[in-house]
Design a protein around this ligand. Sequence first.
Ligand SMILES: CCCCCCCC/C=C\CCCCCCCCC/C=C/C(=O)SCCNC(=O)CCNC(=O)[C@H](O)C(C)(C)COP(=O)(O)OP(=O)(O)OC[C@H]1O[C@@H](n2cnc3c(N)ncnc32)[C@H](O)[C@@H]1OP(=O)(O)O
Ligand SMILES: Cc1cc2nc3c(=O)[nH]c(=O)nc-3n(C[C@H](O)[C@H](O)[C@H](O)COP(=O)(O)OP(=O)(O)OC[C@H]3O[C@@H](n4cnc5c(N)ncnc54)[C@H](O)[C@@H]3O)c2cc1C
Length: 627
Amino acid sequence: NDTSMQHRNLNHMTREERFSEAMRRTLYALKVLLPREGWTPVGPEMKYLARAIKEFTFIIHAGVFIPCIMSYGTNEQIAKWFPLAADFRIIGTYAQTELGHGSFLRGLETIATYDRANQEFIINCPKITAMKWWPGDMGKSANHVLLMAELVIDGKKYGMHGFMVQIRDLTTHEPLPGVTVGDIGAKLSFESVDNGFLYLQNVRIPRENLLSKLSEVHPDGTYIKKGNQRLMYGSMVRVRVNLIAHEIVMPLAKACTIAVRYSAVRRQGLINPSKEEVPVLDYVAQQHKLLPQVATVFMAHFAAKQLVKMHHDYSLEVEKGNTSQLPELHALSAGMKACLSEQGAAGAEIVRRACGGHGYSCGSGLPFIVNRMLATCTYEGENTVMQLQCARYLIKCADQAKKDKLTGSVWYLSDFSNMSCTAQTFGDLQEPSVLVKLHERRAKCAVQHAGKKMQNMVKNGTPAHDAWNMMATLLINAARAHIMQYVVGTSVTYISELSCSASLKKILTQLCALYALHNINSNCGDFVKFGCLTSAQCDLAQEAEFNLLKQLRPDAVGIVDSFDFTDDILQSCLGAYDGNVYERLFEWAKQAPMNKTEVHQDSYQYLQPYLHEGRDVLEGRGRNSKL
Ligand SMILES: CCCCCCCC/C=C\CCCCCCCCC/C=C/C(=O)SCCNC(=O)CCNC(=O)[C@H](O)C(C)(C)COP(=O)(O)OP(=O)(O)OC[C@H]1O[C@@H](n2cnc3c(N)ncnc32)[C@H](O)[C@@H]1OP(=O)(O)O
Ligand SMILES: Cc1cc2nc3c(=O)[nH]c(=O)nc-3n(C[C@H](O)[C@H](O)[C@H](O)COP(=O)(O)OP(=O)(O)OC[C@H]3O[C@@H](n4cnc5c(N)ncnc54)[C@H](O)[C@@H]3O)c2cc1C
């Protein structure tokens, strides 16, 4: 109810207005609301903030920079920088990606050279490709960066390390000497975020600014390694785990809410020629577009909860010095982020397109969501690179499964029981246990297939790295299959253990089966190729999916209402709770800056002469136009 928090009409703002508005709202939320009596950073208020986040800024500060201080800093460094960052007295970002490198971290070119005489690091971007490029909040907001740079001591390189670097004056906010910083310009989305560039030339920082939880440099330049160096990649694992809920599940849920509500209101065409126009949601084709995406919201949510729990348990183990779960967590988080962002971004576009012309209007709220979700396929690990990281782990596990009984998310790779499917009816294929088994078998076969192909190539004299490169598409498919079996398996388990009403459990079970069957029907080539299903059973799988669409149709609006988004959060003329689509669209359009005058003077100056000439022609005066 606080009007300071209510979204302005963002679509009618310039990029700079949106940047300023996001800054205003974010700081108001954090500096006024959160400290306010009764506002707690958990429960309904945090739930609201997480949903209102779409036009917040400082997300990298809060979601990456601060957690990195905790992950990479010593206790003294945490004690120094955490309070400043938590209270927004310093604003930071995570500066890793460069103009020339993002995925291949060993190729990063920014250098931090230790100056023993002064006990300082000298930071340099030796060439234009070394310039930091993309970090969020860096262009105009941040006054510090957590800079990821190659540590060099006496000419020897020690790999990527994290350094705290101040880039702007804390009073004037001007860039410090040696710092060239700015915004990288207009992007496909994230209009309110100042993703920036940062060119550092001979910037000096104290030795104490090397975040030293995992390694340190003594005053005399001695380098000490203190832990598993792969923990240096830990912040990326954490963000991949966290962003699934915030940047994939939440936006897809919003898009589905808008599209399903609109489809229940929009009447277009006839099914029975003797009846009246139908809501487009009555078309099975429309249900086939929308309802599997609604199911994806729930399944991704359940799987993400399991991954967050796994990351939490792993973090407790790391504190005890046990990093044994890191390889599996890295593979799973990389694979989940890649596969669910791929599915989510595609799903948001499917439901946008299902809203016809009004889905192309910014007044629907859908283009904003689609464009924002597209970024999830690139940031925090480009999807192809992440899927190959996941596949690398799966191939290793498949080799190990030949001699050991595996556990965890790859246990099925050492399951050699008979996994043939005996389904005779479409009802059999709606059974959760059958769907789980089918996904496990498909994943196991996909991993083994990719591995076998590479082994054969190597046996025939192809270098292993070339075999890997040539089979990359099969490896990516194996990663997708692994994640799909993980999502289906964890969701079935989660729903079975959920204490809720029978009617709710029935709906969730139907949604889970719909998600699994839609995945089978979208990838039936694999399921037949690997002998998981016969061609006849594939027909049953399609029948099973259509049957679920019919069963879920009556509850479609109720299901998306359960996501509980306010109209202010949705920012959609099509998805507002009252369903007054046309009145809202008209009011929204009238507010467009283009309509602040009846005649648009700027363009009229070009049009006017022709308008007069046209009148002359009509009245027989002026030159004979060929028109
Ligand atoms: C203010 C508002 C208030 C509201 C509150 C807000 C709070 C919000 C909270 C959370 C929200 C979160 C959502 C955030 C919004 C999104 C913002 C977007 C921000 C985007 C940031 C970025 O993009 S940061 C940059 C990301 N960049 C990358 O991910 C780079 C990807 N590349 C790599 O990771 C590496 O280059 C790669 C792994 C590909 C290769 O590395 P390399 O060293 O070459 O290793 P390789 O030889 O392949 O493998 C060696 C070995 O290492 C293992 N390994 C690799 N990576 C990891 C890892 N991460 N962890 C563990 N182990 C790893 C790998 O498996 C190999 O192991 P072996 O097989 O040899 O055993
Ligand atoms: C909205 C947004 C916000 C961002 N925020 C931040 C931030 O806050 N901090 C930060 O440090 N970075 C940030 N980034 C940068 C982001 O992390 C990188 O864009 C990402 O890691 C991809 O790297 P790249 O852009 O260099 O693409 P590249 O790695 O150059 O990839 C280009 C293409 O090559 C392919 N490719 C690359 N390597 C391989 C391989 N080994 N095998 C097969 N194909 C390959 C990729 O699949 C891709 O198709 C952000 C990016 C975006 C879009």
